[in-house]
Design a protein around this ligand. Structure first.
Ligand SMILES: [Zn+2]
Length: 350
């Protein structure tokens, strides 16, 4: 699920000290403890509170050689399948004996969403699992899970990549987010990470929350704690296409090469399309949605991108692009309600 860009005024950034992982003989996340040169799997156990307990699966690869700790997280939205399958594949691919540093993989944050095929939200408490960070233990399941991920994953890593994609109802073109914090050193590293990842459309987020206590998003939770981090999106409408999964797997491996966790040269996107803002087009009517453009199409302002009819065929809303730009995603299903997003248009930076 693409995140919304929201504005906030916040606190100054403090660069965290990093690479504590290099010194450790073993690295523990939840119930998974990996000795140096080993892999371990387990869960982050979220205890019951006002609602049910849950277990969030985790794999830890504690490399034979020292290096940074990289966290890879997907499945906050449990039906964004391509991103989940990409991390499942990486769990099978990585070899701790060849690794410098530590990789923490959390492939499925929102287990109930995945199991029940519920898009966008955690069906246990109705909350979005990428909006409640840094979380708290005296809240509902999403709050408690977010708190434990902040403590055990974010605080223990030096870099984080949050993987998403188009949800069941979203036809999304792959893109990534680069958060501009104003801290030159941190922004340089995260910029190099996003270029190394390799998705050729990059949204510049310059208005993210700056208060670590109100970070809302996972990547922002890492970023406000001084850890250069990015968000990436590929996959659409419930599909698991090789092209999307491959882009995500190769992107993670490329960032690991950039961070010198794996040997090999890094290829970077040389001419990315930088998106300076994202404009949402919402429906003014409830009814049946018909798209007229595909994801990735470039549109002019005012161009018709789709329309909505009532349930007996009368056109009741013409959806026109609010700005010129690229269709980052468009609604993938006919179900449309008043106020729901029809499309997100990325305005290309000049
Ligand atoms: Zn998502």
């Amino acid at each position: 699920m693409p995140r919304l860009i929201t504005g906030a005024i916040g606190l100054a950034l403090v660069l965290a000290s990093s690479n504590a992982a290099q010194e450790r003989a073993a690295f523990t996340v939840g119930t998974a403890t990996a000795a140096r040169g080993q892999k371990a799997t387990g869960v982050i156990a979220v205890p019951s509170g006002s609602d049910a307990a849950t277990n969030i699966p985790v794999a830890v690869f504690h490399g034979a050689k020292p290096g940074p700790a990289l966290a890879l997280v997907s499945g906050a939205h449990g039906t964004e399948y391509a991103s989940i399958i990409a991390l499942e594949r990486l769990i099978g691919l990585l070899n701790p004996a060849e690794l410098a540093g530590t990789v923490i993989i959390v492939p499925l944050v929102n287990v109930a969403s995945f199991e029940q095929k519920v898009p966008h939200l955690n069906p246990v408490d109705g909350k979005n699992m990428n909006r409640m960070y840094p979380g708290k233990m005296d809240g509902t399941q999403t709050d408690r899970a977010s708190f434990l991920i902040t403590k055990q994953v974010v605080e223990q890593c030096d870099h984080l990549i949050d993987l998403h994609g188009g949800d069941l109802d979203e036809s999304l073109r792959p893109y990534s987010y680069w958060t501009k914090t104003g801290n030159e050193q941190q922004d340089r590293i995260s910029r190099e990470m996003v270029l190394a990842f390799g998705l050729d459309h990059i949204i510049i987020s310059a208005d993210r929350p700056k208060d670590p206590q109100a970070s809302r998003y996972l990547e922002n939770t890492a970023t406000t704690r001084g850890k250069p981090s990015i968000t990436v999106e590929a996959g659409h409408a419930g599909t698991v296409e090789a092209e999307d999964v491959g882009a995500l797997v190769n992107g993670c491996l490329s960032v690991m090469r950039y961070l010198k966790m794996l040997p090999g040269s890094v290829t970077v996107i040389e001419h990315p399309v930088w998106i300076e803002k994202v404009v949402s087009l919402t429906s003014e009517q409830t009814g049946v949605f018909y798209p007229l453009v595909r994801r990735g199409t470039y549109v002019e302002q005012g161009m018709k991108v789709g329309y909505v009819t009532d349930y007996v065929g009368k056109v009741i809303f013409e959806a026109r692009a609010p700005a010129a730009g690229v269709v980052l995603y468009i609604c993938a299903v006919p179900s449309m309600t008043k106020g729901a997003t029809i499309a997100n248009i990325g305005v290309v930076a000049r």
